[in-house]
Design a protein. Structure first.
Length: 219
């Protein structure tokens, strides 16, 4: 029995994309233009005239538009979360069949939808390592120094991870997988800070010893 052909269009109707700052302004401009001027403009002419006004906006006017666009984006993100929660596994399966067919045909590069209700995959040893660093002020200072930008912190943590030997990575993965890293701003109640570099002949390579509660946590 032959399987059904993949759908030729998406059957889902997600919330509309939030407008950009320009789109917020253009919608306002069109509304005002229709009120003041009965003359109809085609889209190209309207965009040209509105663009000239938009280019000459004062900084405070532009900031107000940015704030409205940001608020619309936040509203859309909340709507998307709610919309995704209502999707059934069959909705997601059919949509992913469609997206896979579109990618294969070279018509789209969109990835598959993820089921928000599916069990989360366990964190890799590196990401547990990164979480553990960020949860302890002493390790934050040791690895990140004065760097506060998240992306650059991740680069520093990755370099630290690469500097560990395979044995050190295995020991650290075993320790961190036995206990969840604390949330940002919370102290761990059972796992003492583990040295980032474990000597080759350290007892930690043979025996896992958990110590007392660390005193320093990220505020």
């Amino acid at each position: 029995m032959l399987g059904r052909s993949p759908p030729t269009k998406s059957e889902l109707h997600p919330p509309k994309q939030a407008p950009s700052t320009w789109q917020v302004f253009f919608a306002d401009w069109l509304e005002e233009h229709r009120t003041r001027n009965p003359r109809r403009l085609n889209v190209a002419q309207a965009a040209k005239e509105a663009g000239q006004v938009y280019h000459n906006l004062k900084p405070d006017q532009r900031e107000k538009l940015k704030s409205r666009a940001l608020a619309a984006k936040e509203d859309r993100e909340r709507e998307m979360l709610e919309w995704k929660r209502r999707l059934t596994p069959d909705d997601i399966r059919r949509e992913n069949v469609f997206r896979a067919a579109q990618r294969k045909a070279g018509k789209s590069r969109r990835g598959n939808l993820k089921d928000p209700n599916a069990p989360k995959k366990p964190l890799s040893a590196y990401f547990m390592f990164l979480q553990y660093i960020r949860a302890n002020m002493a390790l934050v200072q040791e690895v990140f120094g004065d760097e506060t930008e998240t992306t650059k912190q991740s680069v520093l943590a990755a370099a630290k991870w690469r500097s560990l030997s395979d044995d050190e990575k295995k020991v650290r993965a075993h320790i961190l997988s036995s206990v969840r890293a604390p949330a940002h701003g919370q102290c761990h109640t059972s796992l003492a800070p583990v040295p980032l570099s474990i000597p080759r002949h350290s007892p930690a390579n043979k025996t896992l010893i958990l110590g007392s509660t660390p005193d320093t946590c990220v505020a």
